[in-house]
Design a protein. Structure first.
Length: 73
């Protein structure tokens, strides 16, 4: 999966979770400050990613997610 495919997936998921126009979202935006997501929103996005791509993220990694680029890692 390319970085662009990951970004597209994350943006589509964010649009569903926070109901915000994805055109106004950039990869450098922080999840909590810029997008006003709480920890449950972030976990929901991560679970959706794991289920869609059949991957597993360690819990310790989830706690370090700060921005969209971290979600793509």
């Amino acid at each position: 999966m390319t970085n662009q495919e990951k970004l597209d997936f994350i943006l589509e998921t964010l649009q569903k979770v926070i109901k915000k126009n994805i055109d106004s979202i950039s990869p450098e935006m922080t999840l909590t400050d810029d997008l006003d997501l709480d920890s449950l929103d972030i976990v929901e996005i991560q679970i959706h990613y794991e289920e869609t791509f059949n991957v597993r993220t360690e819990d310790s990694q989830v706690s370090t997610i700060q921005d969209l680029m971290d979600l793509m890692a």
